[in-house]
Design a protein around this ligand. Structure first.
Ligand code: G1P
Length: 301
């Protein structure tokens, strides 16, 4: 079973930095954002590889996940074996690449991974967000297993004035994840999805539960994407293919706490994610406070 990570975007929110460097390689502490997403994708049982949907404009991503024996040997010859091992970690991850050179939308990006996925269910993880404890997709897999392998998406409440930025679901609460005692829109609640709409107008949104960017989908979605016509923004939308899937299959949504994950989609969110990860890491928290200057611990701690 594979996971798809779409990563072909231009990263315009991070210009000028992303003129020469893909936003997926921006570091959070010492690792690029996309490595956190890849490691999260590999966490659920049965996921044995990741397919990154890249653009040929960003060869640095593929280079990052490739072995560079000369570089590792150079580090080792300088006595930096631990660093060499750290560098090697990224290149030993089971990562493959497919290419989307024409940005036609998220649905089209996912379809570019069809060959890698084959005739099996697959995860999609949007790359602007990662979950440090890597448990969100694991809990989604639990819900899918409890419902005969149905598709499952992560959703969360969003203020009404923001629904038009996201994919929004319709449905009803039918239970909760076994680790929770939840109902309605609380974290851990499970909904049966009856409709999905991408970027609805405020007055047309069927609920205010938005799709967070973690999907576990059956292979039928790939079939539907092949014939998917453009939707919101003139793009081929994954949400629209999932709406068509409902005619053939059941789908469930797990309510999550989006703050369980870290957003890296804008410079401010990326900076906050770095701060959050530095504060959570015993190896860096003291140095982080020291670097912030006098009284920082009192101001922030
Ligand atoms: C995409 C999806 C949308 C989802 C969102 C989450 O939209 O199409 O359904 O709610 O990601 O971030 P985008 O942010 O690419 O416009």
């Amino acid at each position: 079973m594979k996971a798809i990570i779409p990563a072909a975007g231009l990263g315009t929110r991070f210009l000028p930095a992303t003129r020469v460097m893909p936003k997926e390689l921006l570091p959070v502490l010492d690792k690029p954002v996309i490595q956190y997403v890849v490691e999260e994708a590999l966490e659920p049982d049965g996921v044995d590889g990741v397919c990154i949907i890249n653009s040929h404009e960003k060869p640095q991503i593929e280079a990052y996940f490739s072995v560079d024996e000369d570089f590792e040997a150079m580090l080792a010859s300088h006595g930096k074996d631990a660093l060499a091992a750290h560098v090697h970690e990224a290149s030993s991850l089971p990562v493959a690449f497919a290419y989307q050179d024409d940005p036609k939308g998220l649905g089209h990006a996912v379809l570019c991974g069809a060959e890698a996925v084959g005739d099996e269910p697959f995860f999609v993880l949007l790359g602007d967000y990662f979950v440090p404890d890597r448990k969100m997709c694991v809990r989604m897999a639990d819900i899918s297993a409890a419902h005969g392998g149905a598709s499952v998406i992560a959703v969360a409440p969003v203020p009404e004035d923001q629904v038009s930025r996201y994919g929004i679901i319709a449905g009803e609460c039918v239970g909760c994840h076994p680790d929770y005692d939840a109902a309605g829109e609380e974290e851990g609640a499970v909904w049966k999805v009856t409709g999905l709409v991408e970027k609805p107008k405020r007055e047309e949104a069927p609920s205010h539960l938005f799709i967070v960017g973690r999907y576990l989908l059956t292979p039928r979605v790939m079939e539907l994407l092949r014939t998917q016509t453009p939707g919101a923004g003139g793009e081929i939308q994954l949400t629209d293919a999932m709406q068509r899937l409902l005619a053939d299959e059941e789908m469930y949504a797990l309510v999550v706490d989006p703050d369980e994950g870290c957003d890296t989609g804008t410079p401010a969110a990326w900076a906050a994610t770095n701060a959050r990860m530095a504060l959570a890491d015993p190896a860096s928290v003291d140095a982080f406070y020291e670097a912030l200057g006098r009284d920082a611990r009192d101001r922030l701690g």
